[in-house]
Design a protein around this ligand. Structure first.
Ligand code: C5P
Length: 404
């Protein structure tokens, strides 16, 4: 679902400050490099106590910046040059010290000086001892940084270097990546203050305690939409059937099994939603009876009676407020356009995303999709084959920037 080069050509500047979590930044740097980013690293003096610069030089394939006053003759003010060069900045891990210095505008070494000179989006991923994390001054500094428009990837609860569990562990790699993606997103604020509810994945319709009906949906398209909405600053609620994907960071997730449960969950969230996107492959039917015991092979009834599930999106569209945006998907194997337009009309949606699962590279399970977008105002956009995250980006652009 992710493009092969999520950070292609992005000039990323990673600041490493002195905490035990510094060793984890290796994975982040390696990830950025593999995703096409041009990475430079700067380290504070205490970061170099935890980790040798050689490691990060090897991973980033560039010298690590450390000294504000290099001793080898005249050097132009490198911290300003580096700050001008960067398109994406991240402090991983961010100690209580750097949060304090940055929020107070202190520049007393290479890292703190460069951070103040940056004019690109900047992410802080704090990691520290739990008591330091809870300190009201640390929290106040963090609040100031957040309110000034910087991104924060908060730490997690877990095993700390001190030998006990607490709040303050550096966010795990998947979360850091998602936070970096958001920080780098060109439309980072385009859904700020909006709540986006996304349904994703299949539903399971129980036949008896051990069997169910379902479909091949993996939830990738829905999770990509949730990622994209999060990256655009939205509050995201992801309502998903059984899926194997890592639960995305920074959003509320509601796990359900059946179509009826998904229906309840969506109706529950309907009021707070500005956008409702139905990317789930909801089963249209369920077994009319659910056996309480496992059905035996010897049972002579071979015809299964089905009954219809509620149509979630159609119900949403009927009871929506006019300013709410409702988007549905259409999976069609024949006469796609006609069905898509019919769905748009009959379910009174703002937009339908049509895909044909029989086309190569499109539909369920894969990382790519090939879709056509239909807007109720008549606009249509046929997209080439692309990664699901890129499809998600196009879907939001299509609604938010109608003139593009
Ligand atoms: O009518 P059809 O099932 O093809 O419509 C597909 C769209 O409707 C998808 O967006 C899907 O999430 C949604 N849907 C729904 N509830 C159902 C069936 C489909 O919300 N019971």
């Amino acid at each position: 679902m992710f493009p092969t080069k999520l950070f292609r050509n992005k000039k990323s500047l990673i600041a490493v400050t002195g905490g035990i979590a510094a060793y984890k930044v290796c994975e982040v740097i390696r990830y950025l490099v593999t995703q096409g980013s041009d990475v430079r690293v700067m380290m504070t003096r205490s970061a170099c106590e935890f980790m040798t610069p050689l490691t990060l030089e090897t991973l980033s394939r560039h010298p690590v910046y450390r000294e504000l006053f290099p001793r080898n003759g005249y050097a132009a003010p490198q911290h300003v040059h580096l700050a001008d060069w960067a398109e994406l900045g991240a402090v991983i891990p961010a100690t209580a010290n750097i949060l304090g210095k940055f929020s107070a505008g202190i520049a007393d070494d290479f890292v703190s000086s460069t951070l103040l000179a940056l004019h690109c989006p900047l992410l802080f991923a704090p990691a520290m001892n739990d008591r330091m994390w809870e300190n009201p001054f640390v929290q106040a500094n963090l609040k100031r940084i957040r309110e000034a428009g910087y991104e924060i990837c908060p730490p997690e609860y877990g095993f700390l270097a001190e030998g006990y569990e607490g709040m303050g562990r550096l966010a795990r790699l998947e979360y850091l990546i998602q936070a970096l993606y958001r920080t780098a997103h060109p439309a980072r604020q385009s859904l700020k203050g909006k709540t986006v509810v996304v349904t994703a994945g299949p539903t399971r319709e129980a036949l008896d305690p051990v069997r169910f009906f379902s479909n091949y949906s993996t939830g990738k398209m829905g999770v990509a939409l949730a990622w994209e909405a999060f990256a655009r600053g939205a509050r995201v609620v992801l309502i998903h059937g059984p899926i194997q994907l890592t639960t995305p960071y920074g959003m509320e997730t509601v796990g359900v099994e059946s179509a009826r449960q998904m229906f309840e969950a969506v109706m529950d969230r309907m009021k707070e939603a500005d956008w409702i996107i139905g990317a789930a492959a909801v089963a249209d039917f369920r077994p009319a009876q659910q056996a309480t015991e496992k059905i035996k092979k010897t049972a002579h009834k071979t015809i299964l009676e089905l009954e219809a599930n509620p149509d979630i999106l159609a119900t949403v569209a009927r009871s929506r407020r006019p300013e709410q945006i409702v988007i549905g998907f259409a999976v069609e194997t024949t006469e796609g356009k006609r069905h898509a337009l019919k769905k748009l009309r009959e379910k009174s949606l703002d937009m339908v995303v049509l895909n044909n699962p029989l086309e190569s590279g499109a539909g369920f399970a894969g990382d790519t999709n090939r879709v056509t977008l239909f807007h109720r105002n008549g606009r249509q956009l046929e997209l080439e084959l692309m990664f699901k995250l890129d499809v998600a980006r196009k879907i939001f652009d299509f609604v938010l920037e109608p003139n593009r």
